[in-house]
Design a binder for this molecule. Structure first.
Ligand SMILES: *[C@@H]1O[C@H](CO)[C@@H](O)[C@H](O)[C@H]1NC(C)=O
Ligand SMILES: *[C@@H]1O[C@H](CO)[C@@H](O)[C@H](O)[C@H]1NC(C)=O
Ligand SMILES: *[C@@H]1O[C@H](CO)[C@@H](O)[C@H](O)[C@H]1NC(C)=O
Length: 274
């Protein structure tokens, strides 16, 4: 993230901290499906399978070092929030939609793509944008209808949980994201456009029967260091060069990753996700 931006991505992320349903987590059925949308905070490795750059991929060391060997593409030292939610619900890890060989999606699918935002303009060409993510849900829906029949497919979609981490990347927080649309509106107008696009995605899911939506919330803190990243370079290890694969070869890696809220310049560590 660049300090220069007045429109902090993290701030925006936290604006989305609302839950729009009244059902209780306690009622979760073990056979429920989970569908995941959004950006790098939730991407389980979809970007391994698209034509993009290492700026939007994390399938190299030290990513995953605390849990996944070899690294499988999560922007963390280990698991992400959707992984813990699946685990706590008694489900297997929700697979990346684009991973070859997955086509049943018995317990749902994860469509999230590092770099994606609520706008298709954001990192266009390098990410799976959110509208494409919704189309992929349509493909899964068709698959369910073909294989389970309409009634069971409908039940699965309406009892499913829909998780979102979306919005931060629409802001000019990264040097390679300089959208003209970002500069042509006031902050309020721009936020309305983002909320408007996200609302359309939610309406699209609602039309398919979806009712249980969850949006990323502020993590509990409890860490020794909430400012400096574990992995990266420069002030606060804030340069996005963890792993030495994004143009910056040299970077530092902390020894005690669990003391740091943030793993690389922009993403929480595994314990924060937990
Ligand atoms: C991948 O993207 C690059 C840069 O956008 C482009 O030049 C190249 O043709 C693409 N390759 C494929 C296989 O689509
Ligand atoms: C970003 O775009 C604005 C206007 O489109 C331009 O004035 C500015 O120089 C650009 N910044 C970078 C870092 O390219
Ligand atoms: C969605 O984003 C586009 C820019 O990609 C914008 O033109 C459009 O007005 C937005 N839609 C809503 C409903 O805000």
């Amino acid at each position: 993230m660049t300090a220069a931006s007045s429109k902090s991505g993290f701030l925006v992320l936290f604006i989305f901290c609302l839950s729009v349903t009244t059902d209780s987590w306690g009622a979760i059925d073990k056979r429920v499906a989970v569908f995941v949308f959004g950006d790098s905070l939730f991407d389980p490795g979809n970007n391994n399978y698209i034509n993009t750059t290492t700026s939007y991929q994390a399938n190299f060391w030290p990513y995953g070092e605390s849990y996944f060997t070899p690294p499988i593409g999560r922007f963390s030292n280990g698991r992400l929030i959707p992984d813990f939610i699946a685990e706590y619900a008694g489900l297997p890890l929700i697979p990346p939609y684009l991973e070859p060989g997955n086509n049943e999606f018995t317990y749902g699918a994860n469509f999230a793509s590092a770099g994606a935002g609520a706008l298709i303009d954001t990192r266009a060409g390098f990410v799976v944008d959110i509208q494409t993510q919704l189309r992929y849900l349509g493909d899964v829906e068709k698959n369910y209808r073909d294989n389970l029949g309409n009634t069971e497919a409908q039940q699965l979609l309406s009892s499913a949980i829909y998780l979102f981490s979306c919005g931060a990347n629409d802001y000019g927080t990264f040097v390679d994201n300089n959208l003209s649309i970002y500069h042509s509106f006031t902050d309020e107008q721009y936020t309305d456009i983002i909320i408007g696009n996200l609302t359309n995605i939610i309406k699209g899911i609602y039309a398919k029967g979806g009712r249980k939506f969850r949006f990323l919330t502020v993590p509990l803190s409890g860490f020794k260091d909430g400012e400096t990243a574990c992995c990266g370079s420069g002030p606060f290890r804030g340069n996005n060069g963890c792993g030495g694969m994004r143009g910056i070869k040299e970077y530092e890696l902390c020894d005690n990753v669990n003391e740091f809220l943030i793993f690389d310049s922009a993403h929480p560590n595994e314990q924060a996700s937990q």
